[in-house]
Design a protein around this ligand. Structure first.
Ligand SMILES: Cc1ncc(COP(=O)(O)O)c(C=O)c1O
Length: 369
């Protein structure tokens, strides 16, 4: 028998272990820890969504990998209503069991391997790299296409608004990426997890007609309901765009049993049909962002980008690990920028995903001196 190589050996160390001591220090604060290191929702799931989940709890059969027709129609309509995306066919919507799962599997699902190149943002959500490593592809961090020289990548990831920087890519930038990808035969996967959380400037989808002229060929948009509808615990997202690519993903996912549970399909349909809960949640984050932003600036932080999304990409002009310790002394836990790529080293990512009470506590501690 050959020697088994654990798959985990292909992957980076799980970075969260490296902030355990900062977490322990922050937890010693007499007022308790304010954990702003992760983007996990804290506000309850809307009753309308919960009702849709429980209404079908008795249904015993296998759900469809493609999701119900109602779910697909609700996704198409929500994208049109919320983001002005037109020309999408319901067939081109495919549910994902949370988008992290889809992203981690995408290079493999697209059949990429050792000879292929996957391009990810300079500072990026770590799962783009993980997916590439699991498929054994090469990976390059690049924000501009000039870095690629004559290379023809197989897959280019975009993430606007960005985790962790909150940077928004404008229509012109997105158009250039689409043109480049089409010239070189690359698929563009646009992770639009934070598209509904734009504060200081509008954020546009890769499928926006101003970006792609209504032609979705080679384009995939990945949408999560975790943040905008507080459905992180339900595991609810979907991918849409190029009908041929989505059909191919569906074929493979059907065989592999990557099926969203039926009650979650029902909940997701309800969430996509209602904009009120989404707007309410957005306003909660807007208020928290204002409080934290002011307090961080008063405490001498510089906030870069962060015009959208759920994070304040912040620096005190020093190594982010030093800032992490400074915050931990005050009972606040952030994520060090180096989690997201080498060029993030001088920043920390400060999340808006804490209760009003915890955000107020953080602001008070930041401005106490
Ligand atoms: C940029 C980005 N993409 C995808 C995800 C995954 O979200 P989920 O798997 O909950 O849909 C996250 C979660 O934090 C994220 O920040």
């Amino acid at each position: 028998m050959g020697v088994r190589r654990p798959v985990s050996s292909l992957l980076p160390d799980f970075p969260w272990d490296t902030i355990a001591s900062a977490k322990a220090r922050a937890a010693e604060h007499p007022g308790g820890i304010v954990d702003l290191s992760v983007g996990t929702p804290v506000d309850p799931v809307d009753p309308l969504i919960r009702a849709a989940l429980s209404a079908v709890a008795e249904v015993p059969g296998y759900p469809a990998t493609h999701g119900t027709p109602e779910l697909r129609a609700a996704a198409v309509e929500a994208l049109a209503r919320r983001f002005g995306i037109t020309g999408l066919a319901a067939e081109a919507v495919l549910p994902a069991i949370g988008t992290k799962e889809l992203i981690a599997g995408l290079p493999r699902l697209l059949g990429l391997g050792a000879s292929d190149l996957v391009v990810i943002p300079e500072v990026a959500y770590p799962t783009y790299e993980v997916g590439a490593l699991l498929a054994g592809t090469r990976v390059l961090r690049a924000d501009g296409m000039t870095r690629l020289g004559p290379e023809s990548p197989a897959l280019i990831y975009l993430n606007s608004p960005s985790n962790p920087t909150g940077k928004v890519l404008g229509v012109d930038h997105l158009r250039k990426v689409v043109d480049f990808a089409r010239q070189r035969g690359a698929v563009v996967a646009s992770d639009e997890c934070y598209l509904g959380l734009a504060w200081d400037e509008p954020a546009v989808s890769i499928l926006d007609p101003r970006v792609c002229d209504g032609d979705h060929t080679g384009l995939l948009a990945v949408h999560s309901l975790s943040k905008t509808s507080n459905l992180a615990g339900y595991r609810a997202g979907f991918v849409t765009g190029d009908p041929a690519l989505v059909r191919e993903l569906l074929e493979v996912r059907k065989h592999a049993g990557m099926i969203m549970p039926f009650p979650v399909q029902s909940a997701m349909t309800a969430a996509l049909t209602d904009d009120t809960h989404e707007a309410r949640q957005r306003e909660r984050y807007r208020a928290r962002r204002e409080i934290l932003r002011k307090a961080l600036q008063e405490a001498g932080f510089r906030i870069d980008h962060s015009s959208a999304g759920l994070y304040l990409w912040s620096t005190r002009g020093e190594n982010g690990r030093t800032t992490l310790d400074w915050l931990a002394e005050r009972g606040i836990l952030a994520a060090p920028g180096d989690f997201y790529g080498p060029t993030g080293v001088d920043h920390v990512r400060i999340g808006l995903t804490a209760t009003d009470e915890r955000i107020a506590a953080a602001a008070e501690r930041l401005t106490a001196e």
